[in-house]
Design a protein around this ligand. Structure first.
Ligand SMILES: [Zn+2]
Length: 392
């Protein structure tokens, strides 16, 4: 373990240069040129470090990449990262990576450039120590996680199916916690159709869609807690043209979250059933939507992985805890396959998706060492992991 720390400490200056190189380029999901710059960068570095590099061409978004390191053992472990960010073009020039005390601040620094590098340096540290008790370690570099990985997951889910477990490199929480459970997220839109009329001359001929929408929003919010952990949020509304017109159309966009598959099913059915009951005569309700990120519940196998991470942290001289979070990531898609997954394994940071996005500089070495140590433990205690894995 000590070798890993000293290796990573001596690599930190290069890590920080690499971080600046990847942060200071516009690589929002829709900026293919920038995401491809990052992809070509990891491809070149992977080849330089002697890894088998593969790339998945994508026309609409950036290309995806895969790094493989083969060993002489049995375990197959997949690390999941993404190269895209939420930031539009121009932000990298406006706010390049900068240091403020122990904070490194910049667009995508925590979500997820520091995680991308932590994955690469952890694999490099294991390699440098000659650790090869695995069949294959692989790192996948996705191109569109920030829009739900519609493209990336087509490439990584087949890899997940062949893996014993997956590790996702979203950042560790600001309090240092790693992530062992994530809510599933659903997006719905509820549309109301009514009948237009002159609000002054003959309002009785109209059917007010906004009024019906108001009733529906109250009914939506009554679904909060319909199953443990279910939340329902009316986030965006629209409707109406002019004050002197009875509105014939209105809509609301809805965020629904659930902690497990049962909750997701119960919430989905309850939302869809709202269309069956209207309050304003001659109005009609249509609802569309689904869970786009399935829930990631803390299974026994995930609890075992979290325990291994905590044991590794103790060996490195610090304490970590695992937690559930309401936000979604690629870990949700992995969890839905039944393959165990742990998340929040990147350096500590926070304020993602905002101008204040940061990582803690002094967390880079210990968290990358934690990742390397966790991989080592997963490889050596693979039999126990597989036993848990079969215990749904
Ligand atoms: Zn992310």
């Amino acid at each position: 373990m000590l070798n890993t720390i000293s290796f990573l400490e001596s690599s930190l200056p290069q890590f920080l240069d690499d971080l600046a190189a990847l942060v200071n380029v516009d690589c929002g999901t829709f900026t293919k040129r920038g995401v491809d710059f990052c992809g070509d960068w990891v491809n070149a570095r992977g080849q330089q470090w002697g890894w088998d590099m593969e790339y998945f061409p994508v026309r609409e978004f950036g290309n995806c990449h895969l790094a493989r390191l083969r060993g002489n053992g049995a375990g197959k472990f997949l690390l999941l990262t993404h190269l895209d960010t939420v930031y539009p073009e121009g932000v990298a020039a406006e706010r390049p990576l900068r240091a403020e005390g122990n904070k490194l601040i910049g667009p995508g620094v925590g979500d997820m450039k520091a995680g991308v590098l932590a994955a690469m340096y952890a694999m490099c540290a294991l390699q440098a120590q000659g650790f090869d008790n695995f069949a294959e370690l692989a790192i996948f570099f996705g191109c569109d996680e920030e829009i739900g990985s519609p493209t990336g997951k087509k490439f990584y889910l087949p890899l997940v199916e062949k893996a014993d477990a997956a590790l996702v490199l979203e950042g560790a929480r600001a309090n240092g916690n790693i992530v062992s459970a994530r809510k599933g997220t659903g997006e719905y839109i509820l549309r109301v159709r009514g009948q237009a009329a002159h609000a002054g001359v003959e309002p009785e001929k109209g059917a007010n869609a906004i009024l019906e929408l108001a009733h529906q929003i109250l009914a939506l919010h009554n679904l909060n807690g319909i199953a443990p952990g279910v939340t329902v949020n009316a986030g965006i509304i629209g409707g109406g043209t002019r004050t002197n017109v009875v509105p014939d159309a209105a809509h609301v966009e809805i965020d629904v979250r659930a902690v497990d598959a049962d909750g997701a099913r119960i919430a989905h059915d309850a939302v869809m059933q709202l269309a069956a009951h209207t309050h304003v005569a001659r109005t009609r309700v249509e609802i569309a939507g689904a869970f786009n990120f399935p829930p990631m519940a803390k299974t026994p196998a995930i609890a075992f992985m979290a325990d291994l991470a905590q044991a590794t942290a103790r060996e490195l001289g610090f304490e970590i805890h695992d937690q559930a979070t309401g936000g979604a990531s690629d870990a949700n898609n992995v969890a839905a396959t039944g393959v165990p997954v742990l998340d929040g394994l990147g350096p500590i940071g926070g304020s993602d998706h905002s101008p204040a996005e940061y990582v803690e500089r002094d967390s880079i070495v210990p968290r990358t060492a934690l990742l390397a140590g966790l991989i080592e433990k997963l490889c050596t205690r693979r039999a126990e992991l597989l036993a848990f894995k079969n215990e749904k």
